[in-house]
Design a protein around this ligand. Structure first.
Ligand SMILES: [Zn+2]
Length: 323
């Protein structure tokens, strides 16, 4: 399962065994982009601000509140006028014919309807989080308002069944997480394209200085199924992305050519993780830190059918010295 790794590295088996919001003032702003008829040449911007002003949070025994220009104002209560002027500037990059409809701010005091609508569910979920987490851990959220110092970066699939913060019992601030199709890491390349995953890796390693990177695959991965079943990988975004895993497909077909497709996919899900681990080592700032022991990289596979987690890690091989 480790042929994707470059010479000098081996796999060590260790078998054994997740919200976006304003972390400074602990509220959730919600917008919906709608299509409208624009009757004049000037873009219309409709923003109805709903704010009950004066809501404050208690941090370390002191009241604080108010966000102006994205910075926390420690002494003044939240200003409706300031927030309104902040919101008025949003949405300028929308194409003509679209405006923002502001739904206001959600916090623990907001009345949320029970319509069964998924957006209402998100708002209710946030209210629950505010009550049971944010308000209960003022020291943690005050510290997180100052900055983040996660020790681990996780790269997992965007699949809705794979939720790393929930699976691993992580608190806010503990893990820097990137989720993409089939949890793939591309090789280091400077093509100047939109390298979202590579940018996140660069930031996590060189700025946040995480000490561990975990790439976690999972059972029944649709991205891996597509990788295994497709003949061509051009013409759409998914195809050009999942082709990163082609070395894993090649390895799978060389070992499991006569086996059932499901079995092939299970193997490929894990070998694609190793392709990603190998690609991590193509980033010079990663290999340098791995060589000096400052960074360790791990593979995991979450099987949600059996309810199991398998893990392994990359270690440098001892190279024998020949006289
Ligand atoms: Zn997946």
């Amino acid at each position: 399962m480790n042929l994707a790794l470059q010479q000098g590295y081996g796999v060590v088996s260790k078998s054994g065994f997740t919200p976006g919001f304003d972390g400074v003032d602990g509220s959730l702003r919600e917008f919906r982009v709608g299509s409208v008829k624009v009757t004049s040449t000037a873009r219309q911007c409709v923003l109805r601000v709903s704010d009950r002003g004066g809501l404050r949070r208690r941090v370390g025994g002191k009241e604080s509140g108010g966000v102006e220009g994205g910075r926390c104002s420690s002494s003044r209560p939240r200003s409706v006028t300031a927030r309104a002027s902040l919101l008025q500037g949003l949405g300028g990059s929308l194409k003509e014919g679209y405006v923002l409809k502001n739904h206001g701010i959600v916090d623990e005091t907001t009345e949320v309807e029970s319509t069964g609508d998924v957006i209402e569910k998100l708002k209710k979920g946030f209210k629950h989080f505010k009550d049971t987490q944010y308000n209960q851990k003022p020291d943690l959220y005050a510290k997180l308002a100052e900055g983040q110092e996660p020790k681990v970066m996780m790269i997992t699939c965007a699949d809705s069944r794979v939720c790393p913060t929930m699976l691993h019992g992580l608190e806010a601030g503990e893990a820097f997480i990137v989720r993409n199709v089939a949890n793939l890491v591309p090789p280091c390349e400077g093509s100047g394209e939109h390298h979202g995953t590579s940018a996140a890796i660069e930031f996590a390693v060189t700025v946040l200085q995480v000490e561990r990177i975990v790439v976690m695959g999972h059972s029944n991965c649709g991205g891996i199924k597509a990788l295994m079943s497709r003949d061509t990988y051009s013409g759409d975004f998914v195809g050009s992305w999942i082709r990163i895993g082609l070395p894993a497909k090649k390895k799978t077909l060389s070992l499991f050519s006569g086996k059932p497709f499901q079995e092939q996919c299970t193997f490929c899900e894990q070998e694609a993780v190793n392709v990603s681990l190998a690609n991590l080592l193509t980033f010079p700032f990663i290999e340098e830190r791995v060589k000096t022991g400052k960074l360790h990289i791990y593979g995991m596979h979450y099987d949600f059918i059996e309810g199991q987690l398998t893990s392994w890690e990359i270690e440098r091989e001892e190279v024998p010295i020949h006289a």
